[in-house]
Design a protein around this ligand. Structure first.
Ligand SMILES: NC(=O)c1ccc[n+]([C@@H]2O[C@H](COP(=O)([O-])OP(=O)(O)OC[C@H]3O[C@@H](n4cnc5c(N)ncnc54)[C@H](O)[C@@H]3O)[C@@H](O)[C@H]2O)c1
Length: 370
């Protein structure tokens, strides 16, 4: 199979969909890999690194037009729509439900589009979203610690404290992937850490994992109001799958927080779980409300593109190899996890939520790939 890896051109995107290790795995199996010149620059991967594993470094037109399988990180942007074509498979983050124009572009081009974010195991987990939640959870505490610095608008707190001075207090709402990874960093920094969730099993897992080093508390408005007042750093990490994030911390609660405390609401990409949060960008990540620093970056992994590239491709590569080795139709027939990722197939919308957003009916994938 011929695999194309275009350079990401969506503003601010620095990741790349294939690393040299992935390139080697593909060329070793006899596939041809075409990487657009400069595709790895933002992640510190040079063209020579791809060439060294047998990939061809090509121009943008070749990376798209000659490929049977195009690997990307972000959805195509309008200037890329013209490059989509029938007979080609696109494997990338797509987030089609709120993007009808892109869905129509994929449908009219006749592309097979498999979305990272809907690849789903039978237990409901999303293996190609997890790595970005791991990155964002860990970054939440690193960024929060930074903004607690006085010169950055914060209280002037060192989260670890020092002998004779107490540790800073970190409150994390949500004990899923983001929350547990945030807790790991906060514990590592020596902070006082408290994690809330509505799911007692998640809290049991946190209790086991940290051997009692983290305080767990069931999430309800009474408990949240109490602990938020004491927090130096508050991390929002909740998710109700497929829904807008529930508003857990009200504006009143924020107004009662300490002056210079910091909120990092990682759930801002689903609307946020703090009433006063709104999305911000890496160029202007923070603003203040009631004296509290608010960090609402909706694409946190973009701050650390090198780590994020390796984290993402570690997770995507096994699926890429299956698509390349077996052919796309057989790969999705044989793996229900991957089949969940198919959003559009030869001009037909397959994913129910995507079809619904266009007011159409989804076609069953089985009929199309039989
Ligand atoms: N901003 C970014 O750059 C970025 C990056 C990655 C992920 N995210 C977002 O972070 C959020 C969390 O992702 P995740 O992978 O950790 O999800 P997850 O499903 O692993 O965990 C979510 C947790 O929230 C808990 N929860 C639900 N309602 C709650 C409530 N009322 N109170 C307390 N806990 C509650 C759930 O029980 C679950 O344990 C998602 O919105 C995800 O899209 C954002």
């Amino acid at each position: 199979m011929v695999i194309g890896v275009p350079r990401e051109i969506k503003p601010g995107e620095q990741r790349v969909a294939l690393t040299p290790a992935g390139g080697r795995a593909l060329t070793e199996r006899g596939h041809r890999v075409l990487v657009e010149r400069g595709a790895g620059d933002g992640s510190g991967i040079r063209d020579e690194d791809y060439a060294a594993v047998g990939a061809a470094v090509v121009d943008v037109a070749t990376a798209w037009s000659e490929a049977d399988l195009v690997l990307k990180v972000k959805e195509p942007i309008p200037v890329e729509y013209a490059r989509l074509r029938r007979g080609q498979t696109l494997f990338t983050y797509l987030h089609l439900a709120p993007a009808p124009e892109l869905t129509r572009g994929l449908v009219s081009a006749g592309t097979r589009a498999i979305a990272y974010e809907t690849v789903q195991r039978t237990d409901g987990s999303l293996p190609l979203l997890t790595p970005m939640s791991e990155v964002a959870g860990r970054l939440a505490v690193q960024e929060g610690a930074f903004y607690l610095g006085k010169a950055h608008g914060g209280r002037g707190i060192l989260l670890s404290g020092v002998p004779g001075v107490p540790r800073g207090n970190v409150v994390i709402i949500g004990a899923g992937t983001v929350g547990v990874n945030a807790a790991r960093m906060a514990v590592g920094l020596g902070a006082d850490v408290l994690v809330l969730d509505v799911n007692l099993d998640r809290l049991r897992a946190v209790d086991d994992l940290f051997g009692g080093r983290v305080v767990t508390l069931v999430s309800n408005s009474f408990n949240v109001a109490r602990v938020v007042e004491r927090a130096d750093l508050l991390v929002g990490a909740v998710l109700v799958t497929g829904a807008r994030a529930p508003r857990i911390v009200t504006a009143d609660m924020v107004a009662r927080m300490k002056e210079g405390a910091v909120i990092v609401d990682v759930a801002v990409d689903q609307g946020g779980c703090i009433e006063t949060i709104h999305p911000t960008t890496l160029l202007e990540p923070v603003y203040r409300v009631s004296g509290v620093v608010h960090y609402g970056v909706a694409n946190m992994p973009a701050l650390v593109p090198r780590t994020s590239t390796f984290a993402l491709t570690n997770a995507t590569l096994p699926y890429v190899l299956a698509l390349a080795d077996h052919g796309v139709a057989r790969a999705v027939r044989e793996d229900p996890t991957l089949a969940h990722g198919v959003n559009v197939w030869d001009g037909r919308i397959v994913h129910p939520a995507v079809a619904e957003s266009l007011g159409e009916k989804a076609t069953t994938l089985d009929i199309l790939v039989a």
